[in-house]
Design a protein around this ligand. Structure first.
Ligand code: DGI
Ligand code: FE
Ligand code: FE
Length: 194
């Protein structure tokens, strides 16, 4: 696997300044959360750094990358090609940056929609992407940032409620994984609070 500094250099060249700064924000936020929950800090740094490594691709480049890596494109992803940067990012991490760790690859793959019963690292990257300091002040952000270091399930439920509301407002179709993520963590939350 490439070293962190080498990966940083590559990404700085490829991504816009804003996207690169977001990436660094996610990297350090994920590391802080890993410290809080006793997870592997290095894995959190790498996954955070690489989570949006395919974000700069055009729609045509995304289609070509999916073909190259034999990634399945659902009809919903075909209509919202933005969603594809997550699974292409995981393929890039493996192919271009030499990441072999399955958990890091999973964290990149699921960072946009989440999935039911994520691993702790997947949860951390999913949340860190939303709360990193450069993100604009979305509704309820202060509470979501607090929950990130207090209760991962409650934090994910809050994020999903915001995201689903935002997507419904835009009349965007909701990816089944986003729905499943919300239902899973909502049920988990109800059980935990019983
Ligand atoms: O890549 P980032 O901007 O850092 O964040 P992200 O990977 O969470 O991507 C956010 C984008 O993905 C945003 O434009 C909304 C979109 N998105 C997230 N979940 C869904 C979705 N779009 C659709 N259509 N359906 C979803 O379920
Ligand atoms: Fe992303
Ligand atoms: Fe991101």
């Amino acid at each position: 696997m490439k070293e962190i500094n080498e990966i940083k250099k590559c990404l700085k060249d490829k991504l816009s300044k804003k996207r690169y700064e977001h990436t660094i924000g996610v990297m350090y936020t994920a590391a802080a959360m890993a410290m809080c929950y006793g997870e592997d800090i290095n894995k959190a740094l790498i996954a955070g750094l690489l989570h949006d490594c395919a974000k700069h691709l055009s729609d045509n480049q995304k289609m070509a990358a999916c073909k190259k890596y034999h990634l399945n494109i659902t009809p919903l992803e075909n209509d919202n090609k933005e969603l594809l940067h997550a699974k292409i990012g995981a393929a890039f991490a493996k192919d271009l940056y030499g990441v072999k760790d399955k958990e890091i690859l999973g964290a990149i793959k699921w960072h946009t929609t989440g999935r039911p019963d994520m691993t702790r690292l997947e949860e951390i990257i999913f949340i860190a992407d939303y709360i990193e300091p450069n993100r604009k002040e979305l509704p309820g952000m202060m509470e979501i940032r607090r929950l990130a270091f207090y209760n991962l399930t409650d934090c994910i439920v809050q994020i999903m409620e915001n995201t689903l509301k935002y997507l419904e407002g835009k009349k965007s179709l909701i990816d089944p994984s986003s729905h499943d993520t919300y239902m899973y963590y909502k049920t988990k939350q109800e059980r935990e609070h019983e």
